[in-house]
Design a protein around this ligand. Structure first.
Ligand SMILES: NC(=O)c1ccc[n+]([C@@H]2O[C@H](COP(=O)([O-])OP(=O)(O)OC[C@H]3O[C@@H](n4cnc5c(N)ncnc54)[C@H](O)[C@@H]3O)[C@@H](O)[C@H]2O)c1
Length: 270
């Protein structure tokens, strides 16, 4: 059921790869709430073709862009404003990838050219997206920019590898750029820190089954799903959260404030 929370708003959604993607669910919920948007992903991800189905069901156009490439981003933002008929109200950055994780390199055995590439895709791209939006003055007043992150930015999750460092950097960019976007353009910038979620990126992390099950047992409300994340993002795009900015917002069923739960204790009791 929609509430028309995003009626009349225009946006760009990065990172819908397949129907498990958090960005895919977000696009569906934004559509349900009356928002119009352009879908974008890396040209290589387009080859899988599934994004075309999402474009059809949400009545949106697709513009390929590698989020680490400034020319691609400039083209994306110019064309999006043309297609949508005006400046942008909301942007979702839902992008992450570690080459070290993909290649099975331990945190203690990094290939630093992989580290740099993973940083550029997962964190640097967020700065690039915002810099292009800022310099083109492409955001409407009271617009909202959200990026997705994970709690490994604050706490140790050994197998999250260099993505932990990338997420810490991403969250810092949200605060630093959020200051300038707030002061100069009345635009808010936040990160949503999401529970482990079974997506392509999520399942790439070694031991994912273990830590999603652990998080479920630790969280009083259980893990937040991709749909829960989509709904939270809709709230952050809506006018109901106008003065929330520079925040890292946990959407994790309470996990981040837990020490231990009875369910987890039970597995250690003799
Ligand atoms: N799945 C989880 O457990 C989890 C938990 C917390 C946060 N997150 C974050 O949520 C976001 C979305 O991930 P997801 O779990 O939906 O997985 P996903 O694999 O569906 O999405 C990741 C997306 O990043 C895109 N991408 C990679 N390189 C790119 C580039 N150069 N340019 C543009 N796009 C590029 C991929 O094509 C893909 O669509 C990521 O930032 C991820 O770190 C995921």
């Amino acid at each position: 059921m929609g509430y028309n929370l995003l009626k009349g708003k225009r946006g760009i959604i990065f990172g819908a790869l397949d129907e498990n993607s958090i960005a895919w669910k977000t696009a569906e919920q934004v559509h349900e709430e009356g928002g119009k948007f352009v879908l974008t992903n890396a040209p290589i991800a387009m080859r899988m073709g599934q994004i075309n189905d999402l474009a059809k069901t949400t009545n949106s156009e697709i513009i390929p862009a590698d989020a680490t490439n400034l020319e691609d981003l400039e083209n994306l933002i110019d064309k999006s404003m043309e297609i949508l008929g005006g400046k942008i109200d909301f942007v979702l950055h839902s992008i992450g990838m570690s080459v070290n994780v993909r290649k099975g390199n331990a945190y203690t055995s990094q290939n630093y050219s992989f580290t740099q590439k993973g940083w550029d895709v997962s964190a640097g791209s967020f700065h690039k997206v915002m810099q292009v939006l800022y310099q083109k003055d492409a955001m409407n007043k009271w617009g909202s920019i959200v990026a997705l992150t994970y709690m490994a930015a604050q706490r140790v999750f050994p197998d999250y590898n260099d993505m932990a460092d990338n997420k810490a950097y991403l969250e810092s960019i949200a605060r630093s750029f959020g200051y300038f976007f707030g002061r100069d353009k009345n635009v808010r910038v936040n990160t949503i820190s999401q529970s482990p979620t079974p997506t392509t990126a999520g399942q790439g992390v070694k031991g994912f089954d273990g830590f999603i099950a652990y998080a479920e047992k630790m969280s009083p409300l259980g893990n937040a799903t991709a749909l829960d994340c989509a709904n939270y993002t809709v709230a952050m795009f809506s006018d109901l959260t106008k003065r929330v900015t520079l925040q890292n917002l946990y959407n994790d069923g309470g996990f981040s404030n837990m020490g231990v739960s009875n369910e987890v204790m039970e597995t250690f009791m003799k």
